[in-house]
Design a protein around this ligand. Sequence first.
Ligand code: HBI
Ligand code: FE
Length: 296
Amino acid sequence: MDQNKNLRGDYSHINDDYTVAQDWASYSAAEHDLWRKLYARQKAILPGYAAPDYIRNLEKLDAADEIPHFGRVSEKLHAATGWHLVAVPGLVPDDVFFDHLANRRFPVTVWLRKPEEIDYLVEPDIFHDFFGHVPMLYDPVFADYLAAYGAKGPEAIAKGGLKKLARMYWYMVEFGLIMTEHGLRAYGAGMLSSQTETIYSVTDPTPNRVAFDLERVMATDYAIDDFQKTYFVLTDYQQLFDAMDADFAAIYDRLTHRPAIDPSVTLAGDQLYHVHGDENHTITMPSGDPAQLRHA
Ligand code: HBI
Ligand code: FE
């Protein structure tokens, strides 16, 4: 219990698996107002920057008018991809988190940020967890990937690979980009719950954009308090599911003896996407062919 002492949520009534009651009736009118404001503001910037699958699935959630009721959402979500939402007071220990994912239970924080935190907060709140993460749980391939990813938890903990496994979550669940026929799009929860990073991640020439490679992701460090210096790019979500077949223990062994890669650099072996930053959002693909990005 003391490991939760400096966390914001109320951990005094948690179950063994760190779940709590959502207590939906306890949300105030002001909190529902703030939810609507956050939702509308974020939704407005999605076209042309967020992945089309994410936008379509967000609409299915029908969560614009009030703070969502996890039980009602879980009924629809479970019918679609077998996932449930479970209410938690905030961050939970890694082993607990992985076990929830492996069993298709997505932990969603119950508290909402304060109005003065509308642009940034340190710990994930219900808006980050729900608006950022839950839509992708409707995507059958991504939903299967995330359960398979969770099942990798015990091995990572046993083999000292936790940090490497966590990088996979950070880069491919929180900050993932996908290349679509219309160009780069954001599907990661960390960008999609942030007004500024959604646009930055798709259009700014500054960060590195590296084609997804499991070992490269697991080797790459990250900072939690600023925009990412490196994003990894999928061509489809199936790549994530297929990557779960790799020998993670062998990767952990190989990486143990190597220093982490600084996200501000690229390596000779990287397949890079180059965003030119012009008004047409031209992108040079790893193959070298220029591609035209059109805003949806
Ligand atoms: N707990 N509730 C919650 N939500 C998270 O996203 C979360 C967590 N605990 C650990 C964690 N994420 C990361 O360390 C993952 O990479 C494991
Ligand atoms: Fe998150």
